[in-house]
Design a protein around this ligand. Structure first.
Ligand code: NDP
Ligand code: OXD
Length: 309
């Protein structure tokens, strides 16, 4: 009985502890210290070294330690026939909605301006829009997007969602497919990206799409850095078409020291912390899939390799 963790750039000890605490007696290995290659059947992965999975002839399932699986599917040497699963967890969902709401409210109420004013002891009130007068567009109406949209709607914002297939959601307007993208974008005072990274969604936040947002729109990207064309965002901010952006994810993470986003006055950078998987709560679904795999049963939270999410 063993689970093997494949990860670069993230501390694995919380996962090791959570697995061992919940299932005493389970062997937990951390790549490259895997033990005999033929005994590796179940992997837990985040940003694994490319090609690493190719060396394990009996590997049956790779579970992402996060909601996204682009980091697994992008491996050109990913063995065929392996099931890929991902995390769907209430804590992860709530934390994303909370983070996005904080960014939205910070922007709508202009809180950063008062921090700056405080530095110069300046007492100056600014007008603000009420939530009912702000339209929010959520790209990606999956587990995270749907909940975030509903939370924002509860605060009084007008919310629209955009997804691949049509949705019906109380209180939230919905748009689907490329044919409805322009209409969706044209309404969004604040655009939130919660799409998975796939060949269809890469570079989707570009000069053309962001240019279709109303003048003064604000962009929040909490999905993946590769969704955004960095130079196009900067150009639209500098032209005054967009009023600002909150970015939690980047093409290269950590964001390189010399990247212009760090210094841009209209960009708020956070280090991929919008919602972090909590191993203590997510470990039960990992173990459930591990047991299902061993008993030959269907797995939960399975990713479609054809769709890429
Ligand atoms: P889901 O798979 O549940 O939802 C994906 C949504 O995107 C679905 O509504 C889907 O449409 C839609 N979608 C996919 N492809 C397209 C397309 N081509 N055009 C229009 N809509 C599309 O994902 P989650 O909500 O669980 O997670 C979303 C992403 O959030 C993750 O992939 C990850 O990258 C990111 N994330 C970021 C975190 C952070 O801390 N910054 C933390 C966790 C996740 P349909 O419903 O029709 O299938
Ligand atoms: C995830 C992430 O996909 O942390 O869960 O980005």
């Amino acid at each position: 009985m063993s689970i093997t963790i494949f990860s670069q750039g993230r501390n694995t000890s919380r996962w090791e502890n959570a697995l061992k605490e919940r299932r005493p007696g389970l062997d937990v290995h951390v790549y490259p210290d895997t033990g005999p290659a033929e005994e590796v059947e179940f992997a837990l992965a985040w940003n694994h070294p490319p090609g690493a999975f190719a060396n394990f002839p009996n590997l049956k399932c790779i579970s992402s330690t996060g909601a996204g699986v682009d980091h697994i599917l992008r491996d050109p040497e990913l063995p065929q026939g392996i099931q890929i699963t991902r995390i769907v967890d209430e804590n992860l969902t709530q934390d994303m909605a909370t983070f996005v709401t904080a960014q939205v409210l910070n922007h709508v109420r202009g809180l950063h301006r008062y921090k700056e004013a405080q530095r110069s002891h300046t007492w100056k009130q600014h007008s603000y829009k009420r939530t009912a007068d702000v339209v929010i567009g959520v790209m990606g109406m999956g587990v995270l997007g749907m909940h975030t949209a509903q939370q924002l709607n509860k605060l009084g914002f007008k919310v629209h969602g955009w997804s691949r297939t049509p949705k019906l959601l109380e209180g939230v307007g919905t748009f689907a497919g490329t044919e409805e993208l322009t209409t969706f974008l044209g309404k969004a005072d604040i655009l939130i990206c919660l799409l998975p990274l796939t060949s269809q969604t890469a570079n989707i936040l570009n000069k053309d799409t962001l240019g279709k947002l109303p003048k003064g729109a604000y962009v929040i990207n909490v999905a993946r850095g590769e969704h955004l064309v960095d130079e196009d965002l900067i150009e639209l901010l500098d032209q005054g078409h967009l009023s600002g952006a909150s970015l939690d994810v980047f093409r290269e993470e950590p964001l390189p020291e010399e990247h212009p986003f760090w210094e841009h006055p209209l960009i708020h950078v956070t280090p991929h912390i919008a919602s972090i998987t909590n191993p203590a709560s997510a470990v039960s679904q990992i173990l459930e899939n591990y047991d299902r795999m061993r008993h030959g049963e269907d797995l939960i939270n399975v990713v479609s390799k054809t769709k890429g999410y």
